[in-house]
Design a protein around this ligand. Structure first.
Ligand code: SAM
Length: 206
């Protein structure tokens, strides 16, 4: 089901958290600045799911800055242990499928830098499940490595990311959802010591 296995994710997390690429402040701070800049968090009393949110640093930031209820989900054991120990105000759930949270609904679902690591058909399946978990006027905000990425030109072995945008656009429209906007943001990859670009999509039910 996944290109990167659960044990590999746990392995990737098995070091000091700031050394984990996407948990490094140079990656996570620009991501949070961009998320704030989108303006979607400004309403009061929102319910939010941070799907594949890892250690919960982004979830915790959203909760502290805006006071929203945030459900952090992830697949791996290690980051959730970190979240439970460090961010007791977050709801935390271990899951590998969005429908596992059934019974709950959300105003905003963020899924940042996760779908890239799943096969295209699973990406679309997850987005459809996200859509079913949305409240009226809810939004889904997803991101992944940008196709036009200098980083990918330098590391062509990461080819699974090159089809990310086209597959998503097509698949999203095929299941009757609407892309409200696309956007791009840059963050610093501490492992390769270079800025990398992310492409994001905001999705709404049509
Ligand atoms: C690159 S990290 C991104 C973490 C966080 N969203 C961020 O942007 O900082 C990808 C995360 O997706 C999680 N993940 C991968 N496949 C998943 C699945 N099927 N269900 C839930 N989480 C998954 C991994 O465990 C990992 O924490």
């Amino acid at each position: 089901m996944s290109i990167v296995s659960k044990s590999d994710w746990d392995f990737l997390y098995s070091r000091q958290y700031n050394d984990v690429v996407w948990d490094n402040p140079k990656m996570i701070n620009p991501t949070m600045d961009w998320l704030v800049g989108k303006g979607y968090l400004e309403k009061s009393c929102m319910t939010i799911m941070d799907y594949g949110g890892g250690t919960g640093k982004i979830s915790d930031f959203i909760h502290r800055k805006y006071g929203h209820d945030v459900l952090l989900t992830d697949w791996s054991d290690a980051p959730l242990k970190f979240a439970r120990e460090n961010f007791p105000k977050l709801s935390v759930m271990q899951t590998s499928c969005p429908y596992d949270v059934k019974g709950k609904t959300f105003d905003l679902i963020v899924c940042l830098n996760v779908l890239t690591y799943l096969p295209p058909m699973v990406q679309i399946k997850f987005i459809k499940e996200f859509a079913d978990l949305l409240n009226d006027k809810g939004k889904i905000l997803i991101s992944g490595l940008d196709k036009e990425n200098e980083f990918l030109k330098k590391y062509p072995e990461l080819t699974q990311d090159k089809t990310f945008i086209n597959n998503l656009k097509q698949g999203i429209e095929n299941i009757g959802l609407k892309i409200k906007d696309t956007d791009r943001y840059m963050a610093f990859n501490s492992m390769y010591e270079m800025d990398i670009a992310f492409r994001s999509f905001t999705i709404e039910k049509s």
